[in-house]
Design a protein around this ligand. Sequence first.
Ligand SMILES: Nc1nc2c(ncn2[C@@H]2O[C@H](COP(=O)(O)OP(=O)(O)OP(=O)(O)O)[C@@H](O)[C@H]2O)c(=O)[nH]1
Ligand SMILES: [Mg+2]
Length: 494
Amino acid sequence: MSAAATHLPRRTFAIISHPDAGKTTLTEKFLLYGGAVALAGSVTARKDQRATASDWMELEKQRGISISSTVLQFDYNGYRVNLLDTPGHKDFSEDTYRVLTAVDAAVMVIDAGKGIEPQTRKLFEVCRRRGVPIFTFMNKCDRPTKDPIALLDELEQVLGIGAFPVNWPFGNGPEFRGVYDRLEKRLHLFERTKGGMREAPVQVLGLDDPAIVSRLDESVYRQGRDELEMLEGAGAEFDRASVLAGQITPVYFGSAANNFGVQLLLDGFLEHSADPGPRRSGERMVQPSDPSFSGFVFKIQANMDPKHRDRIAFIRVVSGRFEREMTVVHVQSGKRIRLSSAQKLFGQQRETVEEGEAGDVIGIIGHDMLQIGDTLADDRSVQFNEIPQFTPEVFAYLTNPQPGNSKKYRLGVDQLLKEGVVQQMEVGAGQVRTPILAAVGPLQFEVVQYRLKSEYGAESRLEMARWRDLGAAVRGIGLDRRLNPRDVTLGSPR
Ligand SMILES: Nc1nc2c(ncn2[C@@H]2O[C@H](COP(=O)(O)OP(=O)(O)OP(=O)(O)O)[C@@H](O)[C@H]2O)c(=O)[nH]1
Ligand SMILES: [Mg+2]
């Protein structure tokens, strides 16, 4: 890595939304435009057969949904981008919420045919509470959408955030031809490519260019112009300070699958979003410019690479410089540890990273004591407390049906608990304490069982705990329906 490259400004952001709005597809297209992949994953392939850089887990490929967030780092246009694709399904929202602690901005993807869906709304609220600026991508404009003006109204009415359309769609659904960039005052007309695997050819014109006639239906052109006039009449100016304060969301229209509007979004986002921000440690804010190194673990994932059965702790660097081989304090244990095996991540792929700075996400291998939420720092008085904890809503007993296989079973369960795939609690009183798995949603249990089998070769049997049974068990320690993880002995993964 050259010295110049290490001084690239950083952008660290998550892509969030309700399931299926197109986060992974958009991620893949960012990578395509960012020059990080040569061909975008098989977007037109059947859902169960696709191959994207971010949905690398076997179960994700099979189901066509994202289960676990993924980190992708690449350089583009003078920036070092740390991009985190998150799962939309609410059962995996714990993972998504943890990722939101590690980013400085979010791109919220909305299916323009559906408008704001429940999970998008929840994630938006989390971002707002954290003061994270939000950029909006109205996706799937290649299919019939809601009226664009109504979509802006929805942002304002449902989410209570001001909306500034940075670009504006020309044509709707099959007639969708392009977008007008209101800041640059240029119309971008796109052409579809087969499967959207390559960048879409684009023609950029002024709004009065006579060449438009040959490319656009008169009615599409008229309508676009009328709507633009109306927007200009409303008189709002683009104000970056309001964007960074989370009061206004810049809105971009497009179609991730067809690569329409993707580059405008990426370029606009990088230009208008914020540099890495500070994080709180007790009473003080640790600034990115602070020379001493600090960071925290926001995610742990094992077995990402079947060739190396190891676990990676994902760290967000908050301040100072990271250098390979550096020794830092693991604040929770007070021990000094050497960060020799540090990796830069690109989905499932990784390569050794020599240095990093505030905003970067780095993978650390081989320190089993690291847990989600832990702080690594030069200064042992720094301690971040970023990671939210969820109140579980579903509970299950997990048992090993193959006593001869208990070593693999135990190893797998321990690891998945450390990753926070589910939580473990103990219910009951005195001598009779039974471990029970607790999760936000039942799909988390499915992931546990699937991963136990595929990554550890361990069968398992799961039995959902009914509230009635659980009630009897938890009454012993004085709990009721409002069972809260803090009130229950957490099976220590350490
Ligand atoms: N028509 C159309 N389909 C799209 C577009 N973008 C994505 N899709 C499709 O929408 C489906 C869901 O896309 P994903 O990218 O997996 O959605 P996601 O938001 O990552 O979903 P989860 O991670 O499971 O929450 C896929 O079948 C995509 O091909 C688009 O611009 N137009
Ligand atoms: Mg996804």
